[in-house]
Design a protein around this ligand. Sequence first.
Ligand code: BGC
Length: 350
Amino acid sequence: MKKLLALALALCMIFALCATSAFAEGETVGVAMPTKDLQRWNQDGENMKNMLEEAGYKVDLQFASNDVQQQLNQVTNMINSGCSVIVIAAIEGSSLGSALDLAKEKGIPVIAYDRLLMESDAVSYYATFDNYMVGTKQGTYVKEALDLDNAEGPFNLEITAGDPGDNNARYFYQGAIDVLQPYLDEGKLVVKSGQIDFNDVATPTWKTEVAQQRASSILSSFYADGSDIDVWLCSNDSTALGVTNALEDAYDGEWPIITGQDCDISNVKNMIAGKQSMSVFKDTRTLAAQVVKMVGQILAGEEVDVNDTETYDNNVIVVPSYLCEPVFADVNNYEELLLDSGYYTADQLK
Ligand code: BGC
């Protein structure tokens, strides 16, 4: 009897395995990425494609040159060509409404990838890094590097934030500002440009050149008298690069603390060269793996792994989310984080 039961169990397991992989094999997953211009989205796209293919899915991976209409067309095509699940890292969180409505009508689950899809009830899940925590890591770094609780100051600070069309940008900004606000209130941190509010410090499309232009104009308008800048709080690496370029062009004072996020290759090189103080490492392999798991759970009708059901309100629904943990990176731990883990090769950082 025991033998018969064991045989039956083994047969069931084999059947279940075959059924899952036959199921996976028929399915196409659409993956819509914002642009190839930034290193991270290339990595995110490639990681997800490889992992999904390994799991037996076909993948329709598209990049949209940061063009909202192009992304809308790509997502609409994914829906019409029969994708079973669509994963989207939006260029502009609120602009995909008509495609999302169509997905809902056809019963196609949509996963918001890294950036939340706004103003829609057609978003099934959201997977991202803890965006607010990214900001608190940047703010805490500044607080500790300047020893703000003990040092007398005042210190000059300028701020460069992200794209207003990206829901993440406000979380990064707020996370950092919440740490630094008491020192701004107390006058220990001074923003000579007076540009502090998110809308005054934002960088449309996150572009390096846009951040560089604004930084250059701040330098010529507020620091031409020779005053030092102690900190330039930048929300990510592409904007940190713009600020660094502007400083290299037109600043002779003591080199400031510069924050970042993503550990892009050029920025890691800048950290090694002492030009950027820190970054926040978001291992795109972790996020991709989480999303591949979500896709599998959705298609198998299983409960989907989430760890936050409160934070991410897209103005219509609170989207069940999985938040991965971002990691502080600087010149002291980049080898362990980025090289030992196989994220980059030593040659890439030369
Ligand atoms: C991502 C950041 C990235 C930025 C610019 C944000 O949505 O979370 O990692 O630096 O977009 O691409």
